[in-house]
Design a protein around this ligand. Structure first.
Ligand code: GLU
Length: 466
């Protein structure tokens, strides 16, 4: 039986949750979920000066919003520092690491000399082979005894074989003189103890992989499969930054993008499955594989994001969509849709969800439902309510009073009415939208009239005509 897949996302809680972290999390989630594996979450909070509880909260919220559920408890890296130290001490006991008593000044002097002599500035500690009997009673760090010749080959599922000459790797510090572990040791010990089988992460960590492998080898631990994925670039081919648009997961949530569309888009950002653009979570889980990850940086395409999100909104079942809208309103601190309006939403949902790329656009179209009389037209809608239009609306109301309130009859009535005024229904539509919804972008005038019902529709038109 093959081993169960265990992946993880290991963000550092030092700010907001970046869209790149979300994509890495998604890739790990898809890989595990598609294989009946586990997906774990570890907060890399060893850097006490930079880690904040707010940043951890932002990560948890982002993961929750994106629906990237993780297995087991959230692991705090900092809480495991004793275990990290234990491993460093085990390496020391086994002769895989050594105590180094060099002072900062000595290391500095070594580097300066190496630099002026044109040699590698990687520190070579005189303590590497020192007899413990000669050890002073002074502060020390624990350094790994790295191989000084040969090469380390990272067998990467995305980058291919990446070879690093061992003389390029120094005897890195594992444990500082205050007994605290360095980040590089913590990552390896945690990944090993958590049983991580696949490390899928940004290629900014590729250089770390070679050094991390030395720790695995020293401990005779099995290596994980590595997949270092290219970072996300902006449309101009430069590293994604604020200049291009939003880079924080929370911003996309605030903008009203649906999580399903976000997952679909982020999956396509650097990974492909043939020509498939629009797909469901089930399909993504079934299809996702490391071989589909591209080697060159993906470019963030805001249009494509809009397009996919629109398709996801349209494909969401009406009841689920109502639920998502309420969650969006709550997450953005807006009042919920009132219970009394819910039947109207239900009746209109099929029209509302067409062509809305975000919840915000959908709610904008639903304004005719959420707004109460007297309807306040926004600036654009207000422009179609000039004196002439108001006169026409005034004439229309008695005819509406006597109409039968069905789509064919209303269509006939309004088309005929437009013709009598020597115009097309299209000309009549703008003031009607303004009267019924107070907006220029709305569902069709007929849909609104039918959903609102005769009394409410006529009352709104009378308000606008007055
Ligand atoms: N904490 C690292 C980061 O946020 C990730 C480390 C890893 O995935 O190995 O970039």
């Amino acid at each position: 039986m093959s081993q169960q897949v265990v992946t993880r996302i290991a963000p550092s809680p030092t700010g907001f949750m970046h869209i790149g972290t979300a994509r890495t999390a998604l890739f790990n989630w898809l890989y595990a979920r598609g294989r009946g594996g586990k997906f774990l979450l570890r907060i890399e909070d060893t850097d006490r000066a930079r880690s904040t509880p707010e940043a951890t909260e932002a990560i948890l919220r982002g993961m929750d919003w994106l629906g990237l559920d993780h297995d087991g408890e959230v692991v705090s890296q900092f809480a495991r520092s004793e275990r990290h130290a234990e491993v460093a001490n085990q390496m020391l006991a086994e002769g895989k690491a050594y105590k180094c008593f060099a002072t900062q000044e000595e290391i500095q002097a070594f580097r300066e000399e190496a630099r002026s002599a044109g040699r590698s500035t990687h520190y070579r500690s005189p303590w590497r082979d020192a007899d413990p009997a000669t050890h002073p009673d002074a502060p020390f760090v624990i350094r790994i005894k790295a191989p000084q010749s040969g090469e380390t080959v990272i067998r990467d599922e995305v980058q291919g074989d990446v070879t690093v000459r061992n003389d390029q790797l120094d005897d890195m510090v594992l444990l500082r003189s205050d007994g605290s572990p360095v980040y590089m040791l913590a990552v390896v010990v945690d990944d090993h103890d958590m049983g991580i089988t696949h490390v899928i992460r940004g290629d900014d960590h590729l250089n770390n992989a070679a050094r991390q492998m030395l720790i695995y080898q020293a401990m005779s631990w099995p290596l994980p499969v590595y997949a270092h994925i290219p970072l996300i670039y902006g449309p101009d081919g430069k590293k994604l930054s604020k200049r291009h648009g939003a880079t924080g997961v929370a911003e996309y949530q605030q903008m009203g993008y649906p999580a399903s569309g976000m997952r679909n888009y982020l999956a396509r950002l650097g990974w492909s499955h043939g020509d498939d653009e629009f797909f469901t979570d089930a399909q993504a889980q079934e299809w996702f594989d490391l071989s589909g990850i591209g080697k060159s940086p993906a470019r963030f395409d805001f249009k494509k994001l809009d397009n996919l999100c629109g398709q996801h909104i349209a494909a969401t079942d009406d009841a689920a969509l109502l639920h998502e809208l309420q969650a969006y309103l709550a997450a953005t601190g807006q009042p919920a849709i009132e219970t009394s309006k819910i039947p109207l939403f239900e009746a209109t949902m099929p029209h509302l969800k067409e062509r809305a790329k975000t919840y915000g656009e959908l709610l904008e179209k639903a304004h005719f439902i959420t707004a109460d009389r007297p309807i306040q037209p926004d600036e654009k809608a207000g422009k179609s309510l000039d004196t002439v239009s108001r006169g026409i609306l005034k004439e229309l109301t008695p005819q509406l009073q006597n109409a039968s309130w069905t789509r064919p009859d209303l269509e006939m009535l309004l088309n005929g009415f437009a013709e009598e005024h020597g115009t097309k229904f299209g000309k009549l539509a703008a003031p009607l939208r303004a009267a019924l919804a107070g907006r220029a972008a709305t569902p069709s005038v007929f849909d609104m009239m039918l959903v609102l019902g005769r009394d409410e529709a006529i009352a709104r038109i009378e308000d606008a005509a007055a």
